[in-house]
Design a protein around this ligand. Structure first.
Ligand SMILES: [Zn+2]
Ligand SMILES: [Zn+2]
Length: 525
């Protein structure tokens, strides 16, 4: 059994565990194991057979047992059991109305309900209360969930997942992605597709229940609105399905046209990129930064800390993207949950970086660090090593819950260290998991203006930190933004697109983004 097949099985298992209501960490452990197996070069089946699979970081005893079963029997008993038990349509409806899937599966079984229409009728007739454990308030909640006018999910999807899902659905119905995904919102609560051929929603693999004509839901409970447009009014429909309702309303009556460009032209307005169609515009947008403007990535990890690729592999991938430079910013010891580099380790890493640089010139691998700000406010590396490095960025990993005054004082103080060039993921949020910290961004912007420290918009899909509005604060204040992926693998460098989209949503032009500049300007302090 090959790594790809093992990874796929682990992914299906994770998806079904998620549907069956398993905990966040369990599901995540299987998703990460799948990713690990997919990316490692070692033959995983062989490692399992020889009892060495736990040498792969992130494979614990539980996952090892599943892998043993999979490698010896060719299947996972529990996966097949879950496949028989889990009813995607009911799980989707449960998530959509905000109920535990277990409860709705019980309702479905007892009353023979399988579709949204049946559920709505039963709720309207008061029949759901026949099921033990369903009271009038739960029934009312289900009915309200199924009859509300605005279709939004209870829990949003990360942008990368939402994009993949929307594109797959668009391919199924021969349409184009619109809505929040086309605007590159950081969290996506609803999907929208525009097509010119009426789709057969019942035969879709990805849309598991139809809640009303033209609106279906995915197994995650995400509503998908599908608009069918005449070719002559396709642009109008696309524009309408892309902007927020406030933005679309601000345009007034829309003329029918085949393309969006034509609609804007007839309105006598300049074309507005989808990223800016979140709210009515106060002025014409400037030319926004593009992925093609980026000359390098200033935040990447390697196997020296928790990355999956070596310095040489990351450099090769950056060269392939057409970059001129890549900053290796592995963690420092204070992080603890993953290996961190002290001054000695950074000097050993420097030798490896020098060897790579000798081979890849004029491309340049920069010696960097993602230096922790410790709880006491001190930087996690001594001054002499900080002075040696090409690119020092600061991160707060522990102590995110501190109050505004202390947190802001600590970060601002750390930014004043002369070696510091950038502040990473300043708000520390993990989307759907941890709220932003109390850091006062206005104070940070003031210090950034005084010190010349740039502020990162981090491209990890669950961070996107700074977020759009915060980028705009920096842009308006004249503080340079750094668009970095925080890549932990070769593939991670691909998150630049989401990073740029976030900057664009913050009205950033190429001039506002530091890593659109050539290497000598990055090195110059
Ligand atoms: Zn970090
Ligand atoms: Zn990082």
């Amino acid at each position: 059994m090959g790594n790809i097949e093992i990874a796929r099985t682990l992914e299906s298992y994770a998806a079904l565990l998620d549907l069956a209501g398993a905990g966040y960490y369990t599901v995540r452990a299987y998703r990460r194991a799948a990713e690990l197996v997919r990316e490692t070069r070692a033959p995983v089946a062989e490692l399992v057979r020889t009892g060495r699979v736990r040498e792969l970081r992130g494979i614990g005893p539980g996952i090892e047992r599943r892998l043993q079963e999979l490698v010896t029997t060719g299947k996972l008993e529990e996966l097949e059991e879950l496949e028989r038990e889990v009813e995607p349509a009911l799980v989707a409806l449960a998530r959509f109305v905000g109920l535990s899937s277990q409860r709705l599966v019980t309702v479905g079984k007892e009353l023979g309900i399988r579709t949204a229409d049946e559920l709505r009728e039963a709720a309207a007739a008061g029949r759901l209360q026949e099921v033990k454990g369903i009271g009038p308030s739960t029934e009312a909640k289900i009915l309200a969930g199924l009859t509300r006018e605005q279709h939004t999910a209870r829990r949003g999807l990360l942008l990368n997942r939402a994009r993949a899902l929307a594109e797959a659905i668009a391919a199924e119905v021969d349409g184009i992605v619109a809505g929040e995904v086309r605007r590159w919102r950081d969290v996506v609560y609803e999907l929208a597709i525009v097509t010119s051929t009426p789709p057969d929603l019942e035969s879709s693999r990805l849309l598991v229940a139809v809640v009303e004509p033209g609106v279906a839901i995915t197994v995650e409970g995400i509503p998908v609105t599908i608009t069918v447009a005449e070719p002559g009014a396709f642009g109008t429909a696309l524009l309408r399905a892309t902007g927020s309702s406030a933005y679309v309303a601000s345009l007034g009556d829309l003329p029918a046209a085949a393309t969006e460009e034509e609609v804007y032209a007839r309105l006598g307005l300049p074309y507005v990129p989808p990223e800016l169609r979140e709210a009515p515009l106060e002025r014409d947008p400037p030319p926004l930064v593009e992925v093609a403007d980026i000359r390098g990535d200033l935040h990447a990890h390697t196997t020296w800390s928790d990355g999956k690729a070596s310095v040489a592999e990351m450099a090769a991938a950056a060269i392939e993207r057409g970059y001129e430079y890549l900053a290796i910013c592995d963690h420092t010891p204070n992080v603890r949950v993953v290996p961190g580099l002290d001054a000695d380790a950074l000097r050993r890493q420097a030798e490896e970086i020098a060897e790579v640089n000798a081979r890849v010139a004029p491309f340049r691998v920069l010696r960097g660090t993602e230096c922790d700000i410790r709880r006491d406010g001190e930087l996690d590396l001594p001054d002499d090593i900080l002075d040696e490095l090409d690119w020092v960025q600061l991160s707060l990993h522990a102590g995110q819950r501190e109050d505004e005054v202390r947190l802001t004082r600590k970060v601002c103080e750390a930014m004043r260290h002369p070696a510091v060039r950038c502040l990473s993921h300043p708000k520390g949020r993990i989307i759907n998991h941890r709220p932003p910290n109390a850091l006062n961004l206005e104070a940070v912007i003031q210090v950034a203006l005084e010190t010349g420290v740039a502020i990162e918009t981090n491209g990890l899909p669950d961070r996107l930190d700074l977020r759009d509005e915060e980028v705009r604060l920096c842009v308006e204040a004249g503080v340079p933004i750094v668009c970095s992926t925080d890549a932990h693998s070769v593939r991670g460098l691909g998150n630049m697109q989401m990073c740029i989209a976030t900057a664009r949503r913050g009205w950033a032009t190429a001039a506002d983004v530091l890593n659109t500049r050539p290497l000598d300007e990055i090195l110059r302090t």
